[in-house]
Design a protein around this ligand. Structure first.
Ligand code: C2O
Ligand code: CU
Length: 553
């Protein structure tokens, strides 16, 4: 593979959206940030210069980084933040991924504006498993706040208040046609030639919502997700969780004209936070009178269409071809069952003072993750004790009616701790994630694993049934993803082989849940010592200071 070199300069830049000018943290003054272009098997060296005012890290979402957790990026997990006025060079190793991934800041809420696409072309001398498209476009879906979220998060988290919500969704950084102060200039445009086929690389970077996406009057053909290929499926729309990427082919075979492509919130409640869709325009090139307004996609599902979301997920199949085989573990050495939940808990200390003495927390198997005072990779590699415990539970303490409206008493108060799970090389792991339905506004949780992709072998509504549900597993050609929605009142099962030694974060990609502690860490060992199982650390890692806020207290 080839080496590529990038400089990322983090700094505050002014943008005007929804009639309001705000200063937000960006990379190289652009929102979304620059696209990284590589081929499978290449390596990118990205020198991140922090010219901002708070510490930041960058994560390469979906890049497995074989044996190289040093450059994975999550703050408190594999590194401490790059302090203002300093820099750190990430070595991003592309191994098996092919398709679209993305990068984003991984220091609390900075990712809302610090993110960009990663385009991974087939290795030199190989081709796509579909006819070469005539053109390609990156479609970055994002969320927009009219203020710098990083500046309010501390207060809101400590007070336990509900966090601020996005005020608009954006496509390639633009708000589209249907928000305050929308105009011709606020709409992203893509030109197409009649009869051609384009590869659209769609990324959901929104920090707070799943999205539906559709192009008016056109079906799209899904060919890949999260950096792996899928058997092509033709669909009028897609559902995309925060963190996921979807590659689709769009053939411009409709009458010459202007068509909106649009994204809107997928929320399980009937009332969305943002009722308008964000839009961009597909313009056919040619000789015709442009319409006064582009055609809107009636094929975009309604906000609460669980059928559209689940229907889309249930159709996904890996390519499972000779060139792109699947390796689904058939025998499981480590079965786990993880209940994901959001809860209101009593403030455990006085600095967290709300009107009613409660704050919000999120948990996995009733454990709310406490950020350590250094980072876990550092503690693991240097054999520093007292930083984390290795007793993250494989099963919940209690099996109850997870999708009922009440919680039994003993399940309400999560334990707060820095708990990780250790695995050995080539352990075969199955996790049944069970969603709950207990807190008002309980949500789907897009669960993301670092360092890996995994096979999604089954999913369903209601409580997981160990007698019946495993019979429906797809162990032949399940989709290989790095982020999967756990339905708020349902379950999903994933499998993977622990073949990438390192320290890897697992978490919900709804950022407030991440902040509230819906995360854990898997440490995969290989042999006796970390030194022999992972690459050597770079000569300088950002130093760990005690200057950060711990949100869970
Ligand atoms: Cu896309 Cu841990 O993140
Ligand atoms: Cu969540």
């Amino acid at each position: 593979g080839k080496d590529h070199f990038y400089d990322f300069v983090l700094k505050e830049t002014n943008f005007t959206k929804l009639c309001i000018t705000s200063s937000v943290l960006t990379v190289n003054d652009s929102f979304p940030g620059p696209t990284i272009h590589v081929r499978k098997g290449d390596t990118a060296f990205v020198n991140v210069h922090n010219h901002g005012t708070y510490g930041v890290t960058i994560h390469w979402h979906g890049v497995k980084q074989p044996r190289n957790p040093w450059s994975d990026g999550p703050e408190f997990i594999t590194q401490c933040a790059i302090a203002p006025g300093t820099n750190y060079t990430y070595k991003v190793i592309f191994s098996t991924e092919e398709g679209t991934l993305w990068w984003h800041a991984h220091s609390e809420w900075t990712q809302s504006t610090v993110h960009g696409a990663i385009v991974i072309l087939p290795a030199e001398g190989t081709t796509y498993p579909f006819p070469e498209p005539d053109g390609e476009h990156v479609i970055v879906l994002g969320s927009w706040f009219t203020f710098d979220v990083n500046k309010v998060v501390d207060f809101d988290l400590l007070s336990g208040a509900y966090l601020p919500k996005a005020e608009a969704y954006v496509i390639n950084g633009q708000q589209g046609a249907f928000f305050n102060c929308s105009s011709e200039e606020t709409i992203n445009r893509i030109s197409v030639d009649y009869g051609k086929t384009y590869l659209l690389r769609i990324i959901n970077t929104a920090v707070d919502s799943e999205l539906f996406f559709a192009v008016a009057e056109h079906n799209v053909t899904v060919v890949g997700m999260d950096g792996s290929y899928l058997k092509p499926i033709s669909t009028p729309n897609v559902a995309i969780s925060p963190g996921q990427t979807i590659n689709v082919l769009l053939t411009s075979n409709q009458p010459l004209g202007h068509y909106y492509m649009a994204a809107r919130q997928y929320v399980t409640e009937p009332h969305p936070d943002i009722s308008n869709a964000t839009t961009a325009v597909i313009e056919y090139i040619g000789n015709y009178t442009p319409p006064s307004s582009p055609i809107f996609p009636l094929n975009l599902p309604e906000h609460s269409s669980i059928e559209a979301a689940n229907g889309f997920l249930s159709r996904l199949r890996s390519l499972a071809s000779e060139e792109h085989p699947v390796f689904v573990p058939q025998n499981i050495s480590h079965p786990m069952f993880i209940v994901v939940s959001e809860k209101e808990i009593t403030c455990p200390n006085s600095s967290c003072s709300t009107f009613d003495g409660n704050r919000l927390s999120s948990a996995m198997n009733n454990i709310t993750f406490l950020n350590p005072t250094t980072n876990i990779l550092h503690a693991y590699y240097r054999n520093i004790s007292g930083v984390y415990d290795t007793d993250f539970p494989d099963f919940p303490k209690l099996f109850y009616n997870f999708t009922g409206d009440d919680l039994p008493n003993g399940t309400v108060i999560p334990t707060i701790g820095t708990k990780v799970r250790m695995f050995n090389y080539n352990d075969t792991v199955e996790i049944v994630f069970q969603g709950t339905n207990v807190l008002d506004g309980a949500q789907n949780h897009p669960m993301h694993m670092h360092g890996y992709s995994y096979y999604v072998v089954g999913s369903g509504i209601g409580n997981f049934n160990n007698e019946i549900d495993p019979k429906s597993y797809n162990l032949v050609d399940p989709p290989e993803l790095n982020t999967i929605r756990v339905p708020k009142n349902g379950w999903v099962t994933i499998r993977f082989t622990a073949d990438n030694p390192g320290v890897w974060l697992w978490h919900c990609h709804l950022i407030r849940h991440l902040t509230w502690g819906m995360k854990t860490v898997f440490i995969v060992q290989n042999g006796d010592t970390p030194e022999t199982s992972i690459l050597d650390p770079p000569s300088s890692m950002p130093p760990c200071e005690k200057s950060f806020v711990n949100y869970i207290q």
